[in-house]
Design a protein around this ligand. Sequence first.
Ligand SMILES: Cc1cc2nc3c(=O)[nH]c(=O)nc-3n(C[C@H](O)[C@H](O)[C@H](O)COP(=O)(O)O)c2cc1C
Length: 253
Amino acid sequence: MKKIKVAALILTLVTLVAGCGNTSNEVSENTKAATTPSQSETASEEVASNESEKQNTVANTGSSVLIAYFSRIGNIDSEYEIDAISSASVVTQGDDLLGNMEYMADLIQDVTGGDIHFIETSKQYPSEYDSSDNNDLDIYVNKENRENARPELAAHVENMDVYDTVFLGFPNWYGDMPMAVYSFLDEYDLSGKKIYLFNSSGGGGARNAYSEVSDLEPDAEVEKNIFSVSHSQVSELTDPDMQEWLDEVGYDN
Ligand SMILES: Cc1cc2nc3c(=O)[nH]c(=O)nc-3n(C[C@H](O)[C@H](O)[C@H](O)COP(=O)(O)O)c2cc1C
């Protein structure tokens, strides 16, 4: 489990470097965009992630259920600042900062006891992300989508054969699944398995994910009822919400 440490001095650092050239200005802009004026005194809420603590290799526990997910957190540059209170794309648990999809994957694990696999790319995504349309992550992801890229993955499921059920979680990234999720689907033949999809988004939902996954895994049984929520609701989800969905779709592993 990724451990995210509170970095209380980040705002101080930003102040120190502000006005010292382009890089400083970028940092400053980014911080402003992520922090509303009323939150300007919440420097202690600024957090930094440490990717090296992320565990993404599946250790098979004997479960026949795999929960694979992609999330921005864990796939971006290791040191970044983000306002944990205002961002709708993270969930805080004490000092831990989880991506929305990680939080949802953990709930599914609570209920199913499945093994978790984090879909991580070899090359990290830019960390800069704010509400403007022109930040580094947006530019990078738009290019990747345009090129229908298949980013190389850093971690692999050792023995996919032991799983008969795969939960696949992804955020909406510009109306599509992140290209890394396609890399995952390209890598594994999920024939004969039951696939459940779960998603969070800024409101756009899972879009065409059902048909995309069905096309790529024609011999798998893909559940049409996708668990999809708005990112503003993710932190309110609980195990019973997941159980309710699983009951709806007739999951009975
Ligand atoms: C690069 C990028 C592109 C996004 N594009 C969309 C979009 O087109 N539509 C939408 O509803 N949400 C979009 N979102 C919002 C995410 O889907 C949402 O915040 C999600 O909960 C993030 O999950 P995560 O924290 O696990 O990465 C985008 C987020 C990012 C970082």
